[in-house]
Design a protein around this ligand. Structure first.
Ligand code: FAD
Length: 521
């Protein structure tokens, strides 16, 4: 039987298999010849002390024992060509993992996606970055793979259900992700690797008899006597089904408007909003690793920080080490930021959303919009940013210390945000209370992370799509909409996920509930 062992070593030692064998032999008071193989099960960095350590959970195989390797295969997907159809709206992580789960359960998914496939989508991203043109159906949020495709691909979640997380990680490995994601405490995939994995998922859905329709926007949902009947696409085509998994993400404002217009219950939901801060990666390494140069054995350092400021949480969100700030607007006339990293996280800058928690009462000025009040508040800030920066995809920007002192920056150095920046006093972008909290909060961040509060850091505004401003209420047991039979609000847009992994988990859950309901009949 292999033995499991927890050890702590230096970053360099953690990369040397021969050293690990010797170290293990010493710890187990045996000869190194007795150690046949050492397998790393989990790896995390302990940067709490000046001398950084790597925590490893090892699996040790002894001489004479077989080395058993964990084999990760795809589940037994069935041929569902002739099975009952379930419509899945949206090909983000929630929609794609719902589709895979439906196939596993013997049902035929019809995935309906407003955007293009990952290849076609690339051209539209180029257009935003280079020509400042936003295609409302194909952009950083919309298209195959959803908002997660051109992201850092961080794969951790605050979800306590480790089992579910492991299942999604293993499926990603089976679809081509590096097995390292099963080992790292904070795994990520990277923008360059995600598209191929997503293409392979799509190919599998089609190979099993499911359908994936791109360039197909759902413009209406058909409901009769409190039951869903199907959907209507932008061309007026009707696709019928009595089960619809609605996984349209947090940026599908037209879907929220449609539901509200159709008097299908939705609720305003608090979310968070702020800026995207960019620092030199080397500075973040120095702060986090307490060193001048991180060396070749440590990855570009991430950070995570949270403070209570003026009674509200202000925190880092979706931090991308060695990454790039992306223009994530989904309509012309607005500016939105987010961030991505390549798998090696080898860009020279680190960026992170720095956001403040909002409350429903903050949306009071928009109360005439009812449950869409938070969405309208969000939209108004994105539109103000667009106007202030000159009505292109340029982003309003300010140096961090200048922002805290309400001083327009005399210059903004080139940042990773490709469409460009415009020097703006960011207090003009946000309501006064938010500006005040952020001004104070950045100073406080600087007290916890020495060097963080600096004019070398450039703030880009706004970071506004942190989570959905709307919840689509569902029955906690059946996961169906509280009023509409057969409609499964799913993933981040419906308010039940935040991030790739939790969205994928929610997609699977909705598929299981839809299948249970079908097979019960
Ligand atoms: P989405 O991914 O938003 O997918 C919804 C899909 O529905 C989209 O493809 C959209 O085109 C489609 N759709 C919308 N309306 C319609 C309609 N009317 N008809 C048909 N289709 C429609 N999360 C992480 O966990 N880690 C990260 O590193 C990370 N980085 C990110 C970086 C960026 C740049 C962005 C934008 C997001 C990032 N996120 C990250 C967040 C993550 O992408 C989302 O949490 C996740 O994708 C939500 O999944 P979802 O399936 O619920 O919705």
């Amino acid at each position: 039987m292999p033995k499991e062992l927890l050890i702590q070593v230096s970053p360099e030692q953690a990369t040397q298999n021969a050293f690990l064998k010797e170290h293990v032999a010493k710890l187990l008071r045996t000869s190194v010849k007795e150690i046949l193989h050492v397998n790393i099960l989990k790896r995390s960095i302990d940067a709490r002390q000046r001398s950084i350590k790597i925590n490893l959970k090892l699996e040790v195989f002894f001489a004479g024992e077989p080395i058993t390797e964990q084999k990760i295969d795809l589940p037994d997907y069935r041929d569902v060509s002739n099975a009952q159809e379930v419509i899945v709206v949206g090909a983000g992580p929630a929609g794609l993992f719902a589709a895979l789960q439906l196939i596993e359960l013997g049902l035929k998914p019809i995935v309906v996606e407003r955007g293009k496939d990952v290849r076609g989508r690339r051209r539209d991203l180029k257009s935003i970055n280079r020509d400042h043109i936003v295609n409302p159906d194909s952009n950083y949020c919309f298209g195959e793979g959803g908002a997660g495709t051109y992201s850092d691909g961080k794969l951790y979640t605050r979800s306590k259900k480790r089992g579910d997380v492991d299942r999604i990680l293993k499926l990603l490995v089976a679809f081509g992700a590096t097995p390292d994601i099963l080992v790292e405490a904070h795994p990520h995939i990277g923008t360059n690797k995600l598209p191929k994995i997503i293409e392979d998922i799509r190919e599998k859905i089609i190979e099993c008899g499911g359908k994936v329709l791109f360039d197909t926007r759902v413009d209406d949902i058909l409901v009769k006597n409190g039951k869903v009947q199907g959907i209507v696409t932008q061309n007026g085509d009707v696709i019928e089904a009595d089960k619809i998994i609605l996984a349209t993400g947090h940026s599908a404002r037209d879907i929220f408007e449609l539901l509200h217009k159709r008097k299908i219950a939705i609720e305003a939901k608090p979310f968070a909003l702020g800026v995207r801060a960019e620092h030199p990666q080397q500075l973040i390494d120095q702060i986090q690793y307490s060193c001048d140069y991180r060396g070749e054995f440590l990855p570009p350092a991430p950070y995570s920080i949270v403070k209570q400021v003026g009674g509200r949480g202000m925190y880092s969100f979706c931090m991308c080490p060695g990454g790039v700030i992306a223009p994530c607007a989904t309509s012309p006339g607005e500016v939105v930021t987010n961030g991505w990293s390549p798998s090696k996280r080898d860009q020279v800058t680190a960026n992170s959303g720095i956001v403040v928690e909002l409350r429903l009462e903050d949306f009071k000025a928009f109360s005439k919009f009812g449950p869409l009040a938070g969405m309208e508040f969000q939209k108004s800030i994105e539109q103000r940013a667009f106007h202030l920066a000159g009505e292109t995809q340029k982003v309003p920007a300010q140096r961090m210390v200048d922002f805290s002192q309400s001083r327009v920056s005399s210059d903004i150095p080139k940042t990773s945000y490709v469409p460009g920046t415009e020097s703006v006093e960011l207090g003009q972008v946000f309501p006064g209370f938010l500006t005040q909290i952020m001004r104070e909060g950045f100073r406080e961040f600087g007290q916890s992370m020495k060097g963080y509060f600096t004019n070398e850091a450039i703030l880009h505004a706004p970071e506004s799509r942190t989570s959905s401003p709307v919840r689509i209420p569902r029955d906690p047991e059946t996961l169906e909409h509280i009023e509409i039979e057969g409609l499964y609000p799913c993933g981040e847009g419906a308010g039940y996920a935040g991030g790739i992994i939790s969205a994928a988990i929610d997609g699977e859950k909705c598929a299981i509930k839809a299948a249970e309901s079908i097979f019960r009949k």
